[in-house]
Design a protein around this ligand. Sequence first.
Ligand code: BGC
Length: 845
Amino acid sequence: MVNQPGHESRQEVEGFEARLKSLVSKLSEKKKILLLSGKDFWRTQPLPELNVGSLKTTDGPNGARGEFFTDGTPAALFPCGISLAATWNADLLHQVGSTLAKEAKAKQAQVLLAPTVCLHRSPLGGRNFESFSEDPVLTGKLAAAYISGLQGGGVAATIKHFVANEQETIRMQINSVVEERALRELYLKPFEIAIRDADPWALMSSYNLINGLHADMNPFTLRKVLREEWKYKGAVISDWGGTNSTVESVKAGCDLEMPGPAKLRGGALKAALDRGDVTIQDIDESVERLLRLLHRTGRFEAPVEEPKEKTLDTEETRRLIRKAGVEGITLLKNDDKVLPLGPEVKKIALIGPNVKRAIAGGGGSASLKPYYNTTPYESISAVSGREVLFAQGAQIDKWLPLASNICKTPSGQPGVVLEFFKGDKFGDSPLIVQTRAKTDLFLWDSAPIEVLPAYSFKVKTTIVPETTGEHQFGFQSVGPGRLFVDKQLLIDNWNWTEAGEAMFEASVEVVASIHLAAGVPVEILVESTNETRPAGKPGALSHGYGGCRIGYRESPTIDLIQEAVDIASQADAAIVIVGLDAEWESEGYDRQTMDLPKDGSQDRLVSAIAKANKRTIVVNQSGSPVTMPWAREVPAILQAWYQGQEAGNALADILFGNESPSGKLPVTFPKRLEDNPAYHNWPGENKRVIYGEGIYIGYKHYERLALDALFPFGHGLSYTQFHYGEAKISGSVLDGSNSLTVSVPVTNKGQVSGQETVQLYIRDVKSRLPRPEKELQGFSKLNLGPGETQVATIIINKYSVGYYDTSVPGWVAEAGDFEAIIGSSSADPRGVVSFRVEESFNWTF
Ligand code: BGC
């Protein structure tokens, strides 16, 4: 019988579990060993003896990218993790999950490498954008909804990265030193909630060490907590290149080494088995869990992979992405109701480096090639129907803009010709020739297998300068590389010695100028190899993959700020779109400062525009907080995150009042970087980072210190006003088996429909161990028409009151009084109800 992934009856599941041992016994020892490492970069080994196909995995949290890291098959690009979290809408995340299942299937993948549930310790975390929040309960509950949606569609979630992986700086070697209580109450918590509520079929171990041992070989986190206490039966997959041992990782229960083919398993695992360092029972346990994953995702009786990745650009998905975008946009400030922009605003100045660019997602494995993009410029022009003026206003680029914007191949196509040669010496004729659209040639997973392991490559293209002047080229390469302009060597990066941030392992960008004349074509040639440079980042992913990035900029001819001020003063309103982008915020590195790039130019721009036009609205696109020295100078601020392919449309919907904003901050926006909880311990030293702030991250830290934030956790305004009635609780005593319901009526007092997220925080009035002022334990989003009242209900149980006491050891609900505080944000309480725990009690999971 062909099983229906995600819709199996209990009998079918039990039937499979009963057969599992006998299935394992049908595999030879050799085959079992083979199964414990990937077949290639994204797939597991097929098992023809069981009529079972390979699993194909794909990144990542905000879409299903398919096989190629850059320039792959187009896919739906959803808002990034923090933008989804800002919706505080679990039903919506469930829908996002089910749509992602369809997207993954279109890419012939059965395993999505998502969601990312690491917490925001510092505003500088490079992957904050792709994870949800600083709060473990918000993160865990939203992750559970996303996972249920995804797995309901038959595609496995791979919740990641387990655990204490809150930074990118030397991520493969950093030892996260975390006290057990903080580990339990914060960093393990989202995994615990998601496993209890949604049972993700796979989990990815992280790159870092946790208290001295790498995550893939850590018996405390993987064996004791995950398997013994939480009874997790899913498969553990190492992060890509994050298997750090042969014996210890198998013994700890890391089931699959990725990517394949085997590096630390295969022959090494066979030798360990022969020596008796690993037993066949150890291997069988992992084989069982991988077979379970194959079964759950429908690979039994599906021996052959459909080769072709497909696109699935439907109207329904477009609408869902736009809705998710709208609900994530967070209105931080709106003095004198300058927003939404009414019909009296006839002429709009659209200013900023992000106006005509699609800032749709952060960088690294979460990135993909979207079906399409919507820029603020196009969407605002279309949705508003008003007169729109534009000025760029500031430079934002971390590296020179990609040269591909104006590159043409010899046959006149946009892009470059990429020639691959076997061996590191180029040679007379290339083995494989490709055309690529972009000049960020990240060849991590896309160098042709025929030229591996050692290859050289040439990039050839032509550009036609638009102006005459001293123009700049920027070049960075993973291996040795050099760039020629019209056969003249302009940048020699062959023996580079300074590691940069692009492409996980590349050099810094080397910039050189050359005089070029408008309209005269110039030929660009790059030569490079995939040899690993000795100066590469310590412990970086040394796959020997090769790659390069070519940037280009013509010398500036105008004063950007003055041009912007000129149009702002002619317009009825100025919208300044500032922020970061996928180069500033990415997997692979952390941000260096909380300030908007580059060199203060965006901040100077906002202040200048605020002076030129009283109705200045700032829209900030970033995946984590930025400093806003101009926050008092402007009447309105919208936080717009990275919102995927519908980013422009969602923003336009909010600006012109087609929709009322309902996003709430999933992270605190501090006033200054120095205020953040991890400030003294970031990003660590000598390969150790101490989580010295313990259980106090995010609002728990700011509240404990009574430190004012710029915008507090949970904050977000609407175009309407909500009135909270009296909060009630269904009982006065909580014990280990009951639950209590807290309810509060909320009325929309304004003229337009709107949504409000009611937040519930628990305060332990008196406890033996120190605890945060309060902790988020539930939330409920209401959709209210003008004048309408609805009652928000939030259920609490033992998990809502527990703290972790290592002297027990275990979770403790301590006898005494508790308060359930209802708030419109962490700093805006609207009601309190009390209850008691009569007798202390403990639990493990
Ligand atoms: C990332 C993972 C990702 C994997 C595959 C790693 O570098 O940390 O999140 O799923 O690559 O792209």
